[in-house]
Design a protein around this ligand. Structure first.
Ligand SMILES: Nc1nc2c(c(=O)[nH]1)N[C@H]1C(S)=C(S)[C@@H](COP(=O)(O)OP(=O)(O)OC[C@H]3O[C@@H](n4cnc5c(N)ncnc54)[C@H](O)[C@@H]3O)O[C@H]1N2
Ligand code: MOO
Length: 428
């Protein structure tokens, strides 16, 4: 048996990242950024109003009541005498003209509109005698509450300036990252392409979910699981198929797939059975098998499928559904990360948690137990990890697997996990 880390290192040794491509910003969700996003526009690009109201010069408002200034957060006070200013004009959002606010003037201004030159403060409409909403431009405005100097003005470049690095290469693009990139002028982004994946479930005992079962049949749940895990990991699942326990059928399926995918993930057929079809395929495919010192997920295979000029990586996972779940998180995720150039940045998120029960773990193997994690409400408390089944970890317990929000990781030298002890949990 080989240790988990050694197997991961072997798996990743021959992988080079996919070449970057340019995609529309709207299509880049979940992709790994290949070049830094450097601001082409400042944010905001021009000084503008944060409120619908009136732009003016603070100096025209007199001094703010010192009592108000002493109150943190207070940004307006009642003037001792009402202040009325003539209104020079109207500035709507999107109005590209350049206006100037002369001393003693006010300009009506909308949220997001350019602040006129000379103005340094905006009083919101509710703090004036002008009614809020759709009303005609008044000739003058009386200010009922005086804003602090500079209030309600959003200055050019106060979020970022032209040339600032906004998002670093290697980051996975979130919805917010796409909007940040758009805001600084990017319509297209250079990213690592989504990994194109084919999924093959193997085994003569499998039928598609929803069908009646004959005496020795079970529903194919692994292909459903793998497709969903891969999609959630931002891979592009190009094809999902099933192969019976026939080596030629299996090899032909792989050969067909490798024209369209970068990676093939199979389930089943890698152990010691007389009909283990993936193992049988090793005669014709560049494929290596290992016994990894872990439970579940011990039998694993990997290699490369070649057909003509095409080739695809192959991760051959064991058939037991919990083994598939664990193998995906421990092995397939790092492969996806390596293909998208993320390498070490793609470490699993691990937290310390308290177990709600105890169990036994096999000596010499790293144990991964599906657990439901309850997050603490109070700072300082650890999360509670509860195994998803009262009988503990069994690699065929797929019906209770949906409760797993974590994988407890028990070290190779631990054989007894005590109830209420602290353990590591990978968040999944
Ligand atoms: N003599 C030995 N037998 C087994 C060993 C061993 O070391 N010596 N290892 C066991 C372990 S551990 C595992 S894990 C499994 C792995 O077996 P295979 O990868 O060859 O998988 P299969 O035999 O095809 O299937 C195992 C199990 O999972 C069910 N299965 C398979 N595919 C699906 C699917 N798509 N959806 C739902 N369930 C699936 C299958 O019916 C079997 O029950 O080998 C042990 N045996
Ligand atoms: O390694 Mo098997 O995956 O223990 O069930």
């Amino acid at each position: 048996m080989i240790p988990v880390e050694a197997y991961v290192a072997d798996l990743l040794a021959g992988i080079t990242a996919l070449e970057p491509v340019e995609v529309d910003v709207a299509d880049a969700l979940g992709c790994v950024l290949a070049d830094d996003v450097v601001a082409r526009h400042a944010v905001p690009p021009f000084t503008n109003s944060a409120m619908d109201g009136f732009a003016l010069r603070a100096a025209d408002l007199g001094d703010l009541d010192p009592a108000t200034e002493a109150v943190p957060g207070a940004d307006s006070s009642e003037p001792t005498t009402p202040i009325t200013l003539p209104v020079a004009g109207d500035i709507a959002a999107g109005d590209n003209a350049v206006y100037r606010c002369e001393p003693g003037q006010a300009w009506r201004i909308m949220t997001g509109a350019r602040v006129p030159e000379g103005a340094d403060t905006v009083v919101k409409v509710e703090d004036t005698t002008t009614p809020a909403g759709i009303v005609a431009l008044p000739d003058e405005v009386t200010i009922l509450r005086v804003p602090r100097a500079g209030a309600n003005v959003r200055h050019a470049g106060e979020d970022c300036r032209v040339g600032d690095v906004i998002i670093r290469r290697g980051e996975i693009l979130s919805p917010a990252a796409l909007s940040s990139a758009a805001s600084v002028g990017y319509a297209r982004l250079k990213v690592r392409p989504r990994v194109r994946v084919g999924v093959v479930s193997t085994g003569d005992e499998l039928v598609s979910a929803g069908n009646d079962l004959d005496l020795a049949q079970i529903p194919d749940s692994n292909s459903v699981l793998l497709r969903a895990l891969l999609e959630r990991a931002d891979a592009d699942v190009v094809t999902v198929t099933h192969s019976g326990d026939d080596a030629e059928e299996f090899a032909a399926t792989l050969a067909r797939m490798c024209a369209d995918v970068d990676l093939i993930v199979t389930s089943g057929g890698v152990s010691a059975g007389a009909y283990d079809v993936v193992k049988a395929a090793a005669d014709t495919i560049d494929l290596r098998f290992n016994q990894v010192a872990m439970q579940p997920g011990k039998p694993q295979g990997f290699g490369r499928v070649r057909a003509g000029d095409n080739s695809a990586l192959l991760c051959a996972l064991p058939g037991n559904p919990v083994s598939v779940f664990v193998s995906f998180h421990v092995f397939v995720r790092p492969v996806l990360a390596a293909l998208t150039g993320r390498g070490d940045a793609a470490q699993a998120v691990t937290v310390a948690a308290t177990t709600s029960s105890g169990w036994r773990s096999p000596a010499g193997k790293r144990q991964f137990v599906p657990v439901h994690v309850t997050w603490p409400r109070q700072a300082g408390n650890t999360p509670i990890a509860r195994p998803t089944h009262r009988l503990g970890s069994r690699s065929h317990f797929v019906a209770s697997l949906h409760e797993a929000t974590g994988l407890a990781v028990i070290a190779e030298d631990v054989t007894d996990v005590a109830a209420w002890s602290i353990i590591d949990v990978i968040v999944v």
